[in-house]
Design a protein around this ligand. Structure first.
Ligand code: XMP
Length: 430
């Protein structure tokens, strides 16, 4: 292995992630592991240079305090404890180490080298993936989102044609999105890519369904069904690749940390389709995933793209989806993205998109009355998507976008700008 590692054992601290980030910022790789890690598990992690027993307010679980296994103290690794009575550690801190203390532990006591970078990470993961997968095949649902794209590129580097990517176009993708997935992965990276155009099937199932939750459920379960059908056609698949990243694991709760929300990627596959998981990004934070994608040669537009909900444009074509309104969402979204990019707003605004409600309003076109749809523009900034503020967009930019939408998008006679923060509004409309 290329990289030295400092292991943080989670003994109930709320600062595990922050500490891991601080160590990685020093150029040394760090991973967080459960308090009850065994000696064998610890030894299996290559290149461990030191251990931090990280205690804290969540140490009491079900009425008793969690402890590390005593055998761990017999090992040769340098250890410090933080807010934890590590009886046998050289240094016992009451609170999180300051910069000086952290540097001293990492570099002087553990003698770790600052060799954590994406190049080394990728080399290590390639080796680990090859070791794990052997001659078998890995199946991956490639949506074209940041995480699945980066995991695909990494798996292609590691195992080439042993990776089978399935891209399901549910008909609710943005303009040219599926085409760009095919272009990057099939044409540039020569991936073994199965493209499934399931647009008609999804739109058929969604016909006349107006309830937002119902729409989401149909899109989610139909996706699993299509993916499952493709999986059943393939032979020799033993593994499922997943773009799980570190925050997904944290949010799903560790033994000592409370669960924020349950995490699932391609969850819900039938029990007889049991795969072993390959999750090479599971220790990375989002910005590190992007850096990994850049290092693997993925286009900037793919790696830095804004978040896009799984149900896609389906939740932006409000109410029961119709083809004319879906087209209006897709075309207006493309214009908005183009103009935001030209104005440099794509780097300033966290998420921006258009929405088309399911009602018409009266207007006038070519001296005649028209009865057409409305496009609503939404542009928000946020840190964690839990709350959001609206972006103050330059008037000229808004005017240009409005003019283009009215001129270029059929069946639209009105453009509005959503001024609502979250709360009380959510970012999406459905
Ligand atoms: P809301 O509308 O809840 O959105 O304020 C918060 C963030 O989550 C995104 N979002 C989704 N992402 N699947 C996803 O992967 C979904 O079903 C989904 N719904 C909302 C939304 O775009 C925003 O960034």
């Amino acid at each position: 292995m290329k990289q030295d590692m400092i292991v943080i054992l989670d003994l109930g601290s709320t600062e595990n992630t922050v500490l891991a980030r601080r160590i990685r910022d020093l150029g040394v790789y760090s991973e967080i592991h459960p308090h009850d890690i065994t000696v064998e598990e610890l030894k299996a992690l290559d290149n461990v240079k030191g251990i931090i027993l990280n205690g804290g307010e969540n140490r009491i679980v079900d009425g008793s305090a969690v402890e590390v296994r005593p055998e761990l103290y017999e090992l040769e690794y340098p250890m410090i404890s933080v807010d934890y009575p590590g009886s046998r550690c050289e240094t016992q801190l009451q609170e999180q180490p300051d910069e000086e203390a952290l540097r001293a532990f990492v570099f002087e006591i553990c003698k770790a080298e600052a060799n954590w970078n994406m190049k080394n990470f990728i080399e290590d993961q390639v080796e680990l993936i090859r070791r794990q997968v052997g001659d078998s095949k890995v199946l991956l649902a490639l949506s074209g989102g940041v995480d699945s794209s980066v995991v695909a590129a990494l798996l292609i580097k590691a195992i080439g044609q042993q990776l089978v990517c399935v891209h399901v176009n549910h008909g609710l993708m943005r303009k040219n999105e599926s085409e760009s997935v095919i272009q990057v992965f099939r044409d540039q990276l020569h991936a073994n890519l199965i493209y499934v155009d399931a647009s008609e099937r999804f739109l058929g199932k969604l016909e006349n369904v107006a309830d937002p939750e119902q729409k989401r459920k149909i899109i989610g379960s139909e996706f699993i069904r299509v993916f499952e059908e493709e999986a059943r056609k393939l032979e020799g698949i033993e593994f499922l690749g997943q773009g799980t990243i570190y925050p997904d694991i944290i949010e799903s709760g560790t033994k000592t940390a409370k669960m924020v929300k349950s995490h699932h990627n391609v969850g819900g596959l039938p029990a007889d389709l049991q795969f072993k998981l390959v999750e090479p990004l599971k220790q990375l934070f989002k910005d590190e995933v992007r850096a990994c994608g850049v290092e693997l040669g993925l286009p900037h537009s793919m790696v830095y793209r804004q978040p896009f909900p799984g149900p896609g444009l389906g939740v932006r074509c409000l109410g029961a989806i119709t083809r004319d309104r879906l087209e209006a969402v897709r075309e207006s979204d493309a214009i908005l993205r183009e103009e935001f990019e030209k104005a440099g707003l794509d780097k300033k605004v966290w998420q921006y998109f258009t929405v088309v409600p399911d009602f018409k309003s009266v207007g006038v076109k070519n001296n005649a009355r028209c009865f057409d749809y409305m496009v609503i523009i939404r542009a928000i900034n946020t840190i964690d998507a839990m709350s959001a503020t609206i972006e103050r967009i330059d008037w000229d930019v808004l005017q240009r976008i409005t003019e283009r939408i009215l001129a270029e998008v059929p069946n639209v006679n009105r453009v509005c700008y959503d001024m609502s923060p979250k709360p009380p509004a959510t970012i999406e409309f459905e």
